[in-house]
Each structure stands twice: as C-alpha cells, then as structure tokens.
Design a protein around this ligand. Sequence first.
Ligand code: HEC
Ligand code: HEC
Length: 364
Amino acid sequence: MNRVVGTGMAVQHRGRLPLGCDALPLVGGTLMQARRIAILVSCVVMLLSAGSVAAQGKPKLPLGLDADSAFVPADNPMTPERIALGKKFFWDTRWSSSGTVACVSCHRPEHGWSDPRQFSITFAGKPTPRHSPTIENRLFSDRQLWTGLRPSLEEQALRDSNRTDEMVVKHLGSVPAYQAEFRRVFGTELHPDGVAKAIASYVRTIVSGNSPYDRFRAGEKSALSPAAQRGQVLFAGRARCVACHAGFNFTDEGYRNIGVGMDKADPDLGRYTVTKDEADKGAFKTPTLRDVARRGPYMHDGSEKTLADVVAFYDRGGVKNPWLSQDIKPLGLNREEQTDLVAFLHALTGEIDPEVGQPPVLPQ
Ligand code: HEC
Ligand code: HEC
C-alpha cells in the first residue's frame, strides 16, 4: 500500500473494477518522479455516472472538470463500498487520542473543506504548523500537502493523522460494526492501510465544478457578471495569475515562492524541506482556486483574510526575497481592476454533490 504510486507494485494489485472498467497499468518511474500514476479514466467516468454509485452518495463529475486528469491508483479503485467506509472514518472522532477530532474538524464541508481558523487544533490540543488547505478536487493530484511531501492521498491518510497504527486498530478496530464492514470491503482484519485506502477513496469524491465560470464557458453568457468577465481577462492577462493557476482546476500543481511569510525571522521553507533544493526555498503548492471564495483565510499560513487582501498582496508583487518566483511582479492594478479580479474569483464557486458533505451514520 505504501508503494501505491508509480513503483510498478500497484500493477500487480489491481483491484476489482466495476463492469466495463479496465485497470490501466501504472505509468511512470520512481516514487519521486511519479507525475502520472494510474489514470483510470474510463473507470472514473463510469463510477461517477453509475446509478448505483450515486445512490451511495457518489458525485457525478460536474461540468468543467477533466476526467482525463484524475489520479486513482490501480490498487485502490473507487468502489462505492470503499467510499462509504472512508466517509465514516473521515467523520469519526473516536479515531483521535482525545476522542474529539476527526478529519472533518479541520476540513469542514461548509467552509470549502478548509478551516475558518488560521491554524487548526490538533489531537494534542496544539495549533497546526500550517493552515488547513481545502481538500476539494484532490482527485486531480497525486502529491499532497502544501509541500507535496506525500506522494498520494493514501500516503497522506496513512501518515498525517497524528496517530500510531495501534490507535486505529485499538480505537476503531474495537467497534464491532467497523470490523464487520472492513471485512466485507477488504476481506481482512481491520488494518491501517485499508483504512487509508478507504479514506482516500472518499476524499476523491469531494469534487467541485459547474461554477458560473464553467457555465459561461459552456455558452451561458449571462453566467458571469460584466465585472467577473473583466476579471477573467485580467486573470489570464495583465495580472498573470494563469502563470501558475492554470488549467481547468486553476493550478499547475507546481511549487512556487510568492513570498508568503518570507518576511518572518525564521520563515517556513516549504517545498525545500522535502527536496533540499535551493530553488525550492519558500515555495508552496499552487492551490486550486475552485470554491476559493468559500474558504478564507488564505495561504499556507492563513495570513490573508479576504480575497481582496490576496489580490492586494499580488498587486504589491508579493514579498521580496532571494527565491521569489519570476512570475511575481508588482501589477499596478487600480481599485476597480482589483475588485473585478475578486469578482472573477467568486465566479469559481461551484457545486459539490450535497450528499458528499452529509454526516454519515456512525456505527456504535
Ligand atoms: C488538526 C487538523 C487536521 C486534521 C484532524 C486533519 N487535517 Fe488534513 N490537513 C491539515 C493541515 C494543517 C494540512 C496541511 C499540512 C501541510 O501541508 O503541511 C492538511 C492537509 C491535508 C491534505 C492535503 C491537501 C492538499 O491540498 O495537498 C489532505 C488530502 C488532508 N489534509 C486530508 C485529511 C484527512 C483525510 C484527514 C483525516 C484522516 C485529515 N486531513 C485530518 C489539518 C488537518
Ligand atoms: C508564481 C505563481 C503564482 C501566480 C502568478 C499567482 N499565484 Fe496565487 N498562489 C500561488 C501559490 C504558490 C500559492 C500558495 C502560496 C502560499 O501559501 O505560500 C497561491 C495562493 C493563492 C490564493 C490562496 C488560495 C488558498 O486556498 O489559500 C489565491 C486566492 C490566489 N493564489 C489567487 C491568485 C491570483 C488572483 C493571482 C493573479 C493576481 C495569482 N494567484 C497569481 C502561485 C501563484
């Protein structure tokens, strides 16, 4: 399981797929260079449109999202059963040592699957070192976290939950209904790898699309206000946002230094902490901008409260530092242009299948 990505390992572990789905072999080399992992394109489309799946709370892939860009490891197909089980784990606070925190505590459905607090509070009652990012549209990424430290959603769920393996087995494994459900889904005793796989499958269903922007592109000319349309032109033009927030998910999945926090005495060096490459100092992942208006505060340190603050930050040219991206320069936008850009960002607020964010019934 911990070699789900790009080692070739997963090819031997193809899971059972629904009728009509082919498990494509993994493409790509080592863990570090794995950019493309198994892309079960036809399968994702099938799953996302299958009626039985919808009945289980599985969303359709909404307008504007590109199924070809989905990352689903070959050894963890998105079955309705895995998704349903993962959803329960995601919401179950009995997992944490304090019995009070679950994934949903920091990734809140009603707040764009992010956290309104600048920093979240961990199982141990301490603030998280970074702001909790949105976990929407993670289906379209292999690497996870602000620094890309985790090569897959499975690895993220397995390693970042502030727990030992023992605790999963002890806390959730002691619930008989979970034991039974886990056995039905994975055919074995409850174990951490399966828990992580189920959670990853659920997280992949949190997809947002069909925003005014998408509808405008599809021909509904009234979907964007004139201000948002002007903002769109700036976004792709003079404001240079597309240099990084590119493509249908508004991210190139790259890591850039735009200067956030770089004026601190001891700044978070971001991607550098993973690669030890000088050029990565102060670089963080370019986040998706879908649903961005739902989820302030912004940036890896939650330092910008509003979208107007973010746009003003870019207009100033970020924060000067030796590793600042070449694509960050003072923009010279006037007040109306800044307002237009914010209007465009609001037009990226889309729809997520409401079923996905409904609390599940947890076993007692
Ligand atoms: C105490 C708060 C907290 C809890 C609980 C929590 N997270 Fe997170 N999550 C964070 C923070 C903070 C980050 C960013 C960490 C970093 O990048 O260094 C994050 C990052 C992520 C990411 C990466 C998103 C991206 O854009 O790369 C995913 C996926 C994720 N969490 C899923 C989960 C899942 C699944 C659980 C439950 C197993 C969970 N989180 C529990 C706070 C939390
Ligand atoms: C050089 C690449 C680059 C360019 C150009 C760029 N961004 Fe970003 N953007 C990033 C990165 C990287 C982050 C995260 C930085 C961090 O947290 O340290 C980010 C974060 C954001 C966020 C916060 C999202 C969140 O979930 O916290 C918003 C909003 C945003 N950018 C909008 C814009 C807009 C609008 C423009 C154009 C004016 C723009 N960006 C130009 C790379 C870029």
